[in-house]
Design a binder for this molecule. Structure first.
Ligand SMILES: Nc1ncnc2c1ncn2[C@@H]1O[C@H](COP(=O)(O)OP(=O)(O)OP(=O)(O)O)[C@@H](O)[C@H]1O
Length: 346
C-alpha cells in the first residue's frame, strides 16, 4: 500500500525541516488527537497520535463500538475530523446513537452552567426514544421539529449541525470494503478536510483481505492499516474481535486473546482492552460486600495494555451509559485489585 521506500535521511536534513516547520508557526511533532476521556488522555500523554494504530479489544457487547464511536464524536466535537468504517451497523443506527449521546452531553453541559438540574438530565432522550421517534415519523414535520419533541433533542440537533460536515460514516461491506477502498476513502477525506481524520474501523476481522488462514488475514489487515496510518498521518483505531477461547466466562481478556495473530500486538502502538468490571474484579471485593456486584456492573474497565508513548498496564474505569450510546467521560484508575487470569470457572 505504501509507495517506493525512501532513501535514509540525515539528522541535519531533519533538523532543517523541523526548523522550517517551527518558523511557520506549526507544530513539528505528531498531531495529537485527544480521546475526550481525561483519564485516558493523561495516560496516553495527550491522546492518539498521527500515524498510530490503536486496537480496541473486548468480548462481544462490552462496549467496543460505543467507545470507538465516542472517540470519533469527541474528536469532531473538539473541532477535528473523523471517519468511521462500520461493518457492523448501518449509518442510521449510528446516527440514532449519536443524537442520544449528544442530547445527554448537551444537557450535562447545561447542568454545568446551572441551566438544568439532575432530574432534567435523567430525562435526556435515550437511543430507544430517538429510534422510536424516527420510526413513528413526524406527519410531514421536519427533523428539527421531530427532535425538538425529545428532551435534549434540540440541543443535539444544534451540535450535530455544528460538526456534521466533519464526521463521516462509511457503511462498510465485508465483501467490497477492502484495504484499498479504506485507503482511498481516508485519502479523499484527508484532502477534503486539509488534515488527516481520526479513523475508526469497526471491526478489523471484517476487512476482506486475501489469505487462507485467519492468522494470515489478520496480519494483512493490521499491517495494511498501520501502513495507511503512517502514510496519511492519521490515528487509526481498529476494533478487534476476541478469540473464541477468550470469551469463556471468568477469563480476563488480554492482548494475546485478540482474534488472529500475535502480529496484532506488534503492529499496534496502543492496545485498549474493554472489560465489564464485575467480570475482572478480584473475588474478595465481591464476597465481602455483595452490593459491589451491582455497583461494578455499572462500570467498564479499559486497560491500556500497550502504550508506545507512555505508561502501560494502566487500568482505568468509566461508568456505562449505554442507554445514551456512551460512557461517562469522567473516569479514574481502578482502585480494586483485578484478576490476572481465570478466577471464576463455570
Ligand atoms: N439502547 C440501548 N440501551 C441499553 N443498552 C444498549 C442499548 N443499545 C446497546 N446497548 C448495549 O450496549 C452494550 C455495548 O454495545 P456495543 O455495540 O458498544 O458493544 P460491542 O462491544 O461493540 O459489541 P459487539 O462486539 O457485539 O459489536 C451492549 O451490551 C448492548 O447490549
Amino acid at each position: 500500500m505504501t509507495g517506493p521506500s525512501q532513501p535514509p535521511r540525515s539528522v541535519s536534513s531533519l533538523l532543517t525541516e523541523v526548523d522550517h516547520v517551527l518558523r511557520q508557526g506549526l507544530a513539528a511533532g505528531a498531531t495529537v488527537h485527544p480521546t475526550g476521556f481525561a483519564a485516558l488522555d493523561a495516560t496516553l500523554t495527550g491522546g492518539f497520535r498521527s500515524g498510530e494504530l490503536v486496537l480496541v479489544g473486548g468480548a462481544a457487547g462490552n462496549g467496543k463500538t460505543t467507545l470507538g464511536f465516542q472517540f470519533a464524536r469527541n474528536a469532531v466535537a473538539a473541532g477535528g475530523t473523523a471517519l468511521v468504517f462500520s461493518y457492523e451497523h448501518e449509518a442510521h443506527t449510528l446516527l440514532e446513537r449519536l443524537i442520544s449521546m449528544e442530547a445527554m452531553e448537551s444537557l450535562q453541559s447545561l447542568e454545568g452552567a446551572g441551566a438544568v438540574d439532575t432530574f432534567g438530565i435523567s430525562n435526556a432522550a435515550d437511543v430507544h426514544s430517538v429510534r422510536a421517534a424516527f420510526e413513528a415519523g413526524s406527519q410531514g414535520a421536519p427533523l428539527d421539529a421531530l427532535l425538538a419533541g425529545l428532551t435534549g433533542g434540540r440541543e443535539a440537533h444544534a451540535a450535530l449541525t455544528g460538526y456534521g460536515e466533519r464526521l463521516h460514516l462509511h457503511e462498510s461491506s465485508g465483501a467490497t470494503t477492502t484495504l484499498d477502498e479504506i485507503a482511498r476513502t481516508v485519502r479523499e477525506v484527508t484532502v477534503a478536510a486539509g488534515a488527516a481524520p481520526l479513523v475508526l474501523v469497526d471491526y478489523l476481522q471484517k476487512i476482506p483481505v486475501p489469505g487462507t488462514t485467519e492468522d494470515e488475514r489478520t496480519t494483512a489487515a493490521v499491517e495494511g492499516l498501520k501502513d495507511l496510518a503512517l502514510e496519511v498521518g492519521a490515528p487509526i483505531v481498529a476494533i478487534s474481535a476476541a478469540d473464541k477461547d477468550a470469551l469463556a466466562s471468568g477469563h480476563r481478556m488480554r492482548t494475546h486473546d485478540l482474534r488472529g495473530t500475535s502480529s496484532l500486538a506488534y503492529e499496534a502502538d496502543v492496545v485498549l482492552i474493554v472489560s465489564d468490571k464485575v467480570d475482572v474484579v478480584s473475588r474478595e471485593h465481591l464476597v465481602y460486600d455483595l452490593g459491589n456486584i451491582q455497583r461494578f456492573r455499572d462500570w467498564t474497565v479499559v486497560t491500556v495494555e500497550k502504550n508506545r508513548h507512555g505508561r502501560a498496564h494502566v487500568e482505568l474505569e468509566f461508568a456505562k451509559d449505554f442507554e445514551h450510546g456512551r460512557f461517562h467521560t469522567r473516569g479514574n484508575e481502578v482502585k480494586e485489585r483485578l484478576i490476572d487470569e481465570r478466577v471464576f470457572t463455570t
